[in-house]
Design a protein around this ligand. Structure first.
Ligand SMILES: *Cc1c(COP(=O)(O)O)cnc(C)c1O
Length: 373
């Protein structure tokens, strides 16, 4: 008789577990530091926390959590519909935008079919593809960014999804609007393009493409956005997709009936009302980006120019040296993200924090590089 583990399909057993950023509590236990002295810049979270309006709304909702959430997310969809000038039947709410990526894979992929994505792209694309038993086609990056013409060429008759992240995590690269619209115009109509815009709100207005207006023209487009980043609600898990009503309909059929919690629904709704908080988060990120890139230049550290709320930088020497610097930063109470699983073993990714956190990171990096020189 086979044991139970071996009964799981081979493609499931082959999955490497996703490695999240190290939690503050775990590092505090490991090195005996006070949690308050630890700086976590490992998961692209908002260093300002969340909007006070969202906090108030969720505290209010806490009294009601004995009840199931509104499974249709009526109010949140109404608000998103006005904000983005789409119909409510074009919106899919998700338990984080990761949920929407997973729904896309579960609807359009199966063993024998494939998804195309870029080398160094967000780790969830290979994960959801593999979980279905479909094949992932990773296309070599160009200067760490998506090579969209090569991704077009990589599409085969078996391809049903292309995942594009713009800005991409962990490289911070942005695909130009012209390049993206050219891609949409040439991609086969039976291939779903998932355009993941988790960091859209961090772009200056002049760099924001109007991808949502493309939905009218391209029924094979899904745009995903999230409340986890600039809105500061990563812990309650809310994201959404915008798509053609037919695609949204399929997604709404297979999602879990209550995939977004009541706290998530009210928190997200309130977060959308707080422009002041979003503006403050945006401004802090711009200033922090300058602070970090300035610091890297002074230290002679090479970094990949980023359009997100994080920067990936290169540690000279072999990959074991990069691990060493990562560990050294941990011992100094600074958590960043190693990028081995992104095929970037020489890089580390740092999230932009508060001014004092960025400063602590830069000082710790200087120490680490100095000690190992
Ligand atoms: C952080 C991130 C997301 C957001 O995930 P959620 O499930 O919404 O928290 C999506 N895509 C990319 C590329 C990200 O970096």
């Amino acid at each position: 008789m086979m044991n139970l583990y071996d009964c799981a399909p081979e493609y499931i057993r082959a999955i490497h577990p996703y490695q999240p950023g190290k939690p503050i509590s775990e590092l505090a236990r490991e090195i005996g530091l006070d949690e308050r002295s630890i700086v976590k810049l490992a998961s692209n979270e908002n260093p300002l926390g969340m909007s006070p309006l969202a906090l108030d709304a969720m505290i209010h909702t806490l009294h009601d959590v004995a009840r199931y959430p509104d499974g249709n997310g009526f109010e949140l969809k109404q608000t998103l519909s006005k904000l983005y000038a789409v119909n409510t039947d074009q919106i899919i709410l998700g338990n984080g935008s990761n949920d929407v990526l997973d729904l896309a894979a579960r609807i359009f992929l199966k063993p024998g079919l494939s998804a195309v994505y870029s080398q160094h792209a967000f780790a969830v694309y290979p994960l959801v593809t593999q979980a279905i038993g479909a094949k992932g086609l990773a296309v070599p990056a160009r200067d760490f960014g998506h090579d969209l013409p090569a991704m077009l060429d990589a599409i085969t008759p078996e391809t049903r999804i292309v995942f594009i992240a713009s800005p991409n995590n962990p490289t911070g690269t942005l695909s130009g609007t012209d390049e993206l619209s050219h891609f949409m115009a040439h991609v086969p109509k039976d291939v779903l393009v998932v355009l993941d815009e988790a960091y859209y709100e961090y772009l200056p207005v002049t760099q924001r493409g109007d991808s949502i207006s493309w939905l009218k023209q391209f029924p094979n487009l899904v745009i995903t956005r999230t409340f986890s980043k600039i809105y500061g609600l990563a812990g309650v898990r809310v994201g959404f997709g915008l798509a053609h009503p037919d695609v949204a309909n399929l997604m709404n059929r297979i999602r879990q009936p209550f995939n977004v919690s009541s706290l998530g629904l009210t928190g997200a709704l309130a977060a959308l009302q707080d422009n002041e908080f979003v503006q403050r988060s945006y401004a802090l990120n711009r200033a922090g980006m300058l602070q970090l890139t300035d610091g890297f230049r002074k230290l002679g550290v090479e970094y990949i120019p980023s359009h997100g709320n994080f920067v990936s930088f290169r540690v000279e020497g072999d990959a074991s040296h990069t691990r060493h610097i990562y560990q050294n930063l941990l011992l100094q109470g600074v958590i960043v993200r190693p990028l081995d699983i992104y095929d970037m073993p020489h890089h580390l990714r740092v999230t932009i924090g508060l001014e004092s956190e960025n400063q602590k990171f830069l000082k710790s990096l200087e120490n680490a590089l100095g000690e190992s020189a």
